[in-house]
Design a protein around this ligand. Structure first.
Ligand SMILES: [Zn+2]
Ligand SMILES: [Zn+2]
Length: 243
């Protein structure tokens, strides 16, 4: 078993999952800030499936509910109401509770229907995760592969929790609301750390709105747009309220 290799591979898989989460699930599916070419969208769906097991329509619905009900009793993960540690450590459980409550997806995911590929493949989380773990074991040997999968699981769940917990607690607030901006979190999450900017302009594909802010997810979106693999909805970020 190669521990260093397992940690490096696990963190690399997490970064892949983080990039697809912010570019496809968040900016693309949940907010329609960008539209991916069908072939690219299919690749994104496959990566979401084997690295997270999540269903894009459930992720988008839970997240839209968070925007619609931020810091109210209906917010699925509000650190202001639940406490920052409950959201940081319990984020995966809070997500699952909202995704499977029968109401969230019906209300916030009306436009997102399961297609034949979802029913055949992508809705089967255990199959996707099993495939992902299988690829790691084949590439690295089964012991190293299993440890890499464990490292990925812990770091992905931890970073997702941090966006919802730290991203509503610690950092700058150039715009109104509890969401915060943090460059370190943004570097670890391909731009998600600019959560205050994002709440102010949810349909902007770009989360960096001020000089010096580094949003790696936006760099990828801009490169894909130049290759005509992605269409960005707005030229400029449409702010919901004046700064
Ligand atoms: Zn938020
Ligand atoms: Zn959002």
């Amino acid at each position: 078993m190669h521990l260093l290799l397992a940690v490096a591979a696990g963190l690399a898989v997490t970064q892949l999952a983080v990039v697809v989460t912010t570019v496809y699930l968040h900016r693309g599916v949940a907010h329609r800030a960008l539209r991916a070419h069908p072939a690219l969208a299919l690749s994104f769906r496959a990566v979401v499936w084997i690295t997270t097991g999540m269903r894009p329509r459930e992720w988008a619905a839970v997240h839209r509910r968070h925007h619609a009900a931020t810091d109210t009793p209906d917010d699925p993960h509000s650190p202001a109401r639940m406490g920052v540690w409950k959201v940081q450590l319990g984020n995966a459980w809070l997500y699952r509770r909202a995704a499977r409550d029968g109401e969230t997806v019906r209300r916030y995911g009306r436009d997102l229907r399961a297609d034949r590929l979802d029913r055949a493949l992508f809705d089967h989380a255990l199959l996707g995760l099993g495939l992902g773990i299988g690829v790691l074991c084949l590439a690295l040997g089964w012991r190293t592969g299993l440890v890499a999968a464990g490292v990925h699981a812990v770091s992905y769940v931890g970073l997702s929790g941090a966006v919802n917990a730290v991203g509503h607690t610690v950092g700058k607030r150039p715009y109104p609301g509890s969401a915060t901006n943090g460059q370190v979190l943004a570097l670890l999450t391909a731009g998600e750390g600019f959560h205050n900017n994002h709440h102010a302009a949810p349909t902007s594909a770009r989360f960096s709105l001020h000089p010096g802010e580094i949003d790696p997810g936006w760099w990828l979106v801009a490169a894909l747009a130049r290759l005509r693999l992605v269409r960005v909805r707005h030229e400029r970020a449409p702010l919901r309220r004046a700064a």
